[in-house]
Design a protein around this ligand. Structure first.
Ligand code: ATP
Ligand code: I3P
Length: 459
């Protein structure tokens, strides 16, 4: 095991038990913990999914391919030179904004298609998280906008060997023991705020407010890896769709081909781009996202594997063509290395999440796009699943709610999240049945889901 791949634990830092920062965090999190307990108790009252009925879940939800390429029927106009000039600008212009939606906070006004990135800008595994401070600095240099004042000690300022399986490099910073900072997004912040009293609270990272330094803002949250020793980590992006409906609309109105996405597409499949995209050496963002969804299991299973880091330091993010049920099962089988206890813990946790989603008001009222389930386990048998990344989770109009398990058609904003989760549960059940994708005993079925939904709604 290379030393740099090993995550520092409290033991490594010479801290027996919980350090000061964690104690403080615990005190401030006391109320949340109480709410969590209450919510967990409520969730437990939802009848557990039956193992008896036949699974209909694995049948694919139809995902219409909405054409947004310039030659497509839905396109409003020809591409102009100015679009191309914009798109080939190689500078990364991912902006942080206080106004609207993007997974890392880019505004809706500044189109997603304006944002350029490339393979090099995306994180693929083990990284070193830096603090925001100069080591010699003696004064407190940051300020929480929440009520909690943070007595930050110089001795706690350290580099953190961390795992970032997706997202952009530089999006995360180290913070006090057991916590991290993620680049601010107004949208994600609002989600964390709304989740405070919701049934999903026990399954999302603890949120500790907004932190500011030199005009840059961050969301301060619990580091989910903190309680693990040499963790195995897997990121699964949920849903049948990974772009917002509004991104489609914008791409139709103003299609912007991007060369970085074209290159990423060709790297996986040289036949992927259309002749026009080849000649332009560019594809629009929604077109790229749709292509990614059909190449992977997003469209067919409602989730896809983004990346895995194993305890031995090996990382894989080459899952763009992992699409079939059996391929996905094989990856999970390798991830858990046949450990029945780990599989059982994961299955229990996913079932709890499923129940909480059924009860969650937040879930009903949001289009959940680009959010992941983060699987973490280690050699001690500790295994957890967490819901992360609300950067593109968008509130619906007041009167609207979503089912999350019916087909998406443009305009209905359905995301297939719940359907994907049910397929994920099936996948793990298959893993526990020795890795066969043959019909396994289903624990979540359409029939039981309907009954439970009615029960949860008090009908
Ligand atoms: N609270 C957390 N604790 C531990 N690891 C985390 C946490 N949040 C995120 N990560 C790690 O960072 C990665 C990226 O997280 P996240 O998806 O939130 O970032 P992002 O920049 O919004 O990504 P994207 O641009 O793909 O939407 C995850 O795959 C996971 O490895
Ligand atoms: O996984 P890949 O193939 O690397 O593709 C990226 C992935 O789909 C991200 O979800 C997306 O970021 P968002 O979720 O933030 O839209 C990013 O767009 P970007 O290049 O505009 O950041 C894509 O490049």
């Amino acid at each position: 095991m290379p030393k740099e791949c090993r995550r520092r634990t409290s033991k490594d830092l010479g801290l027996s038990g919980i350090n000061d920062g964690s104690r403080l965090e615990r005190r401030s999190a006391g109320k949340s913990a109480q709410i969590c307990d209450e919510l967990l108790q409520k969730a437990a009252q939802v009848a557990p999914p039956s193992a008896a009925a036949a699974p209909a879940v694995m049948e694919a939800l139809r995902v219409p391919q909405v054409t947004i390429t310039p030659e497509g029927g839905g396109c409003s106009r020809e591409m102009r030179q100015e679009d191309w000039d914009d798109a080939v600008d190689s500078t990364l212009r991912r902006k942080l904004s206080n106004s609207s939606i993007s997974s890392t906070g880019s505004s809706a006004v500044e189109s997603e298609d304006d944002l350029l990135s490339d393979n090099e800008s995306r994180s693929k595994g083990i990284i070193t998280l830096e603090h925001l401070v100069d080591p010699g600095e003696s004064k407190p240099w940051w300020k929480l906008k929440t009520i909690v004042q943070w007595p930050f000690k110089a001795s706690q300022r350290r580099k953190l060997n961390w795992v970032q399986l997706a997202g952009h490099k530089g999006n995360f910073k180290a913070a006090d023991e057991g916590t991290i900072l993620k680049k601010f997004s107004e949208n994600e912040m609002q989600c964390f705020e709304k989740l405070k009293g919701d049934a999903l609270l026990p399954f999302v990272p603890g949120y500790h407010g907004v932190v500011e330094k030199d005009g840059e803002s961050f969301l301060h949250m619990t580091d989910l890896l903190a309680n693990f020793d040499l963790p195995n980590v897997m990121d699964c992006k949920m849903g049948v769709r990974t772009y917002l409906e509004e991104e489609l609309v914008r791409a139709r109105e103003r299609p912007k081909p991007r060369e970085d996405l074209y290159r990423k597409m060709v790297e996986v499949d040289s036949e992927g781009p259309t002749p026009q995209e080849h000649s332009q050496r560019g594809v629009t963002k929604p077109r790229y996202m749709q292509w990614r969804e059909t190449m992977s299991s997003t469209n067919t299973l409602g989730f896809r594997i983004e990346g895995i880091k194993k305890f031995d330091g090996t990382c894989r993010t080459d899952f763009k063509k992992t699409r079939s049920k059996q391929d996905v099962i094989n990856v999970f089988t390798d991830f858990v290395e046949g450990n029945v206890n780990i599989i059982t813990s994961y299955l229990n946790r996913l079932t709890e999440i499923w129940k909480a989603l059924k009860m969650s008001v937040f879930f009903k009222q949001h289009e959940v796009i680009g959010s992941s389930l983060l699987f973490i386990h280690d050699h001690t048998g500790n295994a957890q699943v967490w819901i992360i990344d609300f950067g593109k989770t968008t509130a619906l109009a007041e009167s609207q709610t979503l089912h999350h398990d019916i087909p998406w058609q443009e305009g209905n904003r359905e995301d297939g999240y719940l359907w994907g989760l049910e397929n994920l549960i099936h996948t793990l059940e298959s893993v526990s049945n020795n890795g066969s994708s043959e019909q396994s005993c289903s624990s979540v079925t359409t029939e039981t889901i309907d009954t439970q939904t009615a029960e949860a709604a008090g009908q």
